[in-house]
Design a protein around this ligand. Structure first.
Ligand SMILES: Nc1ncnc2c1ncn2[C@@H]1O[C@H](COP(=O)(O)OP(=O)(O)O)[C@@H](O)[C@H]1O
Ligand SMILES: [Mg+2]
Length: 672
């Protein structure tokens, strides 16, 4: 049985190129002209009962004859992600509702009659008829109301193979995959040629084996909803473990640009965020990092960023009393009153610095703060806020001058900051600016108990500065649990998460201490105000709480418990994907903090270094020792094992319309 499908017909019919009544010579001439189809077409196509052969390739076409009654959204993903090449064709035909409703009415009448007869005869009513009747009635209602529309759907596939044996094997596998979805697929026996043509990308169905579906059911057949997070723009976050695609994403396209990262220590949180920072920087986003563990120095150095280290004797200074200095263009006056928010944040700050206060003391502090600003001529009037801000010492003096016993104790409690270990850092005019597109604030030299305070001051300073000029910025707070330790700093972090969007800012909060974070109402609010949520490997003790807050399925929980370094779940808006964070060798050298690799010296990529350095000068740390040592980098494979992933879909059941008005399947065995 050999025939040529029309699409591959070897040559134009002679009468099309040459006039039918032309001379014999003309016809011969037309036949002898080589057209492009002659070059492309196979010399022959062999059509057999159950396969088709083109040159040395074999093909088999299948059609889908039976569908399940219930399906999940994205139920076709096992087919789409099937590990074998195949051509898949879906045909969707809208159907006129009028005719469908007539058919439905008749069908409903039939079924009702059948049930009535059964009851009359004292027989048990067939439950399947009852179910069908219910489906038909609800469909009728939906169609009449216009909630749903009606379609016919055909699904066909063509599998290629190098031999008939391979075809048989693949067919078996596909059929069993489909069988697990309760889809019945059949070979298009004796219609291989039509089947092949149907799955060509020309939109021509020759098989016409369809199934009725309403809009909802049809929507679930859309194959590419498979937790896919590949956008046209953005940066690479990692590999989607579900289907091997890339997770590319621009956080600034979401409702807000905040993200939270949870994972136990060493799970790869900082690693991932460093990669994100590096890649975002390349795309023009400014990065500001608060780094308590001194992890980001290498990276800052490599991109010619500014690395500002705080601690005893360091040259960097921040004045927590600074106010945003945003001017209108023409008359150089401030547009907004920033004093109110500043007073609130200062109050929170001093509550952490000075410890618990009663309400009297709070009131005194409040009055002292207002008076301190007033002493510098700064009032709620925006114009006055251009004046030079007061210093910590001014507050100290104001408290001393208040001469009540409580004010005295407050000034005593403040004294250690004016004269103690932090002297010279937060009691002088700021000399730090955020002009460099990559700025790291390091707390390496700050004693542990002071870290929350210093982090607070830095964060507040960043917040003050980002209001001055709006730019696409990401602020990364690593080890954020330091801030979550105190109610006031937790509240402050939350207020920034809430307000960040307005200032084109994305706040990244990284923490290993999930239970504490989740137990705090401010922590929960930070999570709900973060469109991106990243979960890395979790501790068994924390998993239930995490599962509850993030609505994880059992499969997702298992994934988080057994995740390798760099693996986790990535939630962006509604989408959940299992992700594996990967880096290039060059990136790995910059972002890894594995102590085993520490001995190997870093080689700074030259190009990136040059381009950024010409534009921005390092301002505070002038003598950054660039590594002169010969490069000696271990090239470590960065990928963990590709663990199999549990199904992470949690979609609702959607019901198929039971196929009552469908005409019998026609299989045209008519071969030309
Ligand atoms: N995706 C990854 N690929 C390769 N190595 C990684 C990956 N993530 C983390 N690591 C390794 O694990 C170390 C610890 O990761 P890190 O991000 O610092 O953990 P933490 O979650 O405590 O911040 C890194 O220094 C790096 O060597
Ligand atoms: Mg870390």
């Amino acid at each position: 049985m050999i025939s040529l499908p029309k699409v591959f017909s070897k040559k134009n019919q002679p009468e099309k190129t040459v006039p039918a009544k032309g001379s014999q010579e003309q016809r011969t001439l037309g036949d002898g002209v080589l057209v492009i189809k002659d070059l492309l077409a196979p010399s022959a196509i062999e059509v057999d009962f159950n396969h088709l052969r083109i040159d040395n390739k074999y093909f088999r076409s299948l059609f889908v004859a039976g569908y399940p009654r219930f399906v999940n959204a994205n139920w076709l993903s096992p087919l789409i992600n099937f590990d074998h090449t195949m051509d898949l064709a879906m045909f969707i035909y809208p159907v006129e509702i009028k005719g469908t409703l007539d058919d439905l009415r008749r069908k409903i009448a039939e079924m009702e009659a059948e049930i009535a007869t059964d009851i009359q005869r004292g027989k048990v009513v067939d439950p399947s008829t009852k179910a069908k009747l219910e489906d038909a009635l609800s469909l009728q209602e939906q169609l009449t109301k216009g909630v749903e529309r009606f379609f016919q759907f055909g699904l066909y596939l063509t599998i290629p193979g190098n031999s008939v044996k391979e075809l048989d094997e693949t067919t078996k596998e596909i059929k069993s995959t489909l069988g697990s979805l309760m889809i019945i697929a059949k070979d298009a026996t004796l219609q291989m040629e039509e089947g092949f043509q149907t799955t060509l990308p020309i939109g021509d169905s020759k098989l016409n084996i369809t199934r009725n579906m309403d809009t909802t059911s049809l929507a679930t057949t859309f194959p590419f909803t498979s937790s896919e997070l590949t956008a046209n723009e953005g940066i690479l976050y990692g590999i989607n473990q579900h289907n091997g695609s890339l997770v590319i994403f621009d956080r600034f396209n979401l409702e807000n640009a905040n993200s939270v990262v949870f994972g136990k220590s060493g799970s790869g949180k900082s690693y991932m965020i460093k990669l994100e920072a590096l890649r975002s920087l390349m795309m023009g986003t400014e990065i500001i990092i608060i780094d308590p563990e001194n992890e980001y120095e290498k990276l800052a150095e490599a991109v010619s960023g500014e690395y500002i280290s705080f601690g005893f004797g360091s040259s960097a200074k921040i004045n927590p009393f600074d106010l945003p200095q945003k001017y209108t263009d023409q008359n150089q006056t401030l547009q907004e009153n920033h004093l109110g928010f500043k007073l609130l944040s200062l109050q929170s700050l001093f509550k952490i610095m000075m410890g618990k206060m009663d309400s009297d003391e709070e009131a005194i502090l409040d009055r002292a703060l207002v008076a301190t600003y007033k002493g510098k001529g700064i009032t709620p009037d925006p114009a006055s806020q251009k004046n030079e801000a007061p210093l910590l010492e001014d507050l100290y003096k104001t408290l001393l001058g208040m001469e009540t016993a409580k004010a005295q104790t407050l000034s005593n409690r403040l004294e250690k900051f004016v004269k103690g270990s932090l002297v010279g850092i937060f009691d002088q005019r700021s000399n730090v600016n955020l002009k460099n597109p990559f700025t790291v604030f390091s707390l390496k030299n700050v004693e542990g108990s002071l870290r929350p305070i210093v982090m607070f001051i830095i964060l507040d300073y960043i917040w003050t500065k980002v209001q001055d000029d709006l730019k696409k910025r990401v602020v990364i707070v690593d080890e954020a649990w330091y801030l979550m330790r105190y109610k006031d700093s937790a509240q402050y972090l939350e207020s920034i998460a809430k307000r960040a969007r307005k200032y084109y800012l994305g706040l990244t909060t990284i923490t290993q201490d999930a239970p504490d974070f989740l137990a705090s109402p401010y922590g929960k609010s930070i999570i709900t105000n973060s469109s991106i949520q990243i979960l890395m490997k979790q501790h068994p003790a924390a998993i239930d709480q995490i599962g509850e807050i993030f609505y994880l399925s059992q499969g997702e929980k298992n994934l988080l418990l057994s995740a390798d370094i760099g693996e986790g779940l990535f939630f962006a808006g509604e989408n959940h994907v299992a992700i594996q964070v990967i880096s290039s060798n060059e990136e790995h050298k910059l972002v890894s903090t594995d102590p085993r690799e520490k001995t190997a010296k870093l080689k700074v990529p030259e190009e990136g270094n040059k381009t950024v350095q010409t534009q921005y000068q390092t301002q505070i740390k002038p003598e950054q020792s660039q590594n002169q040592n010969p490069p000696n980098q271990p090239s470590k494979s960065t990928l963990g094992a590709n663990a199999p992933k549990p199904d992470s879909q949690t979609a609702n059941n959607t019901e198929f319309v039971e196929n009552e008005t469908q005409p019998p399947i026609k299989i045209n065995t008519n071969l030309e």
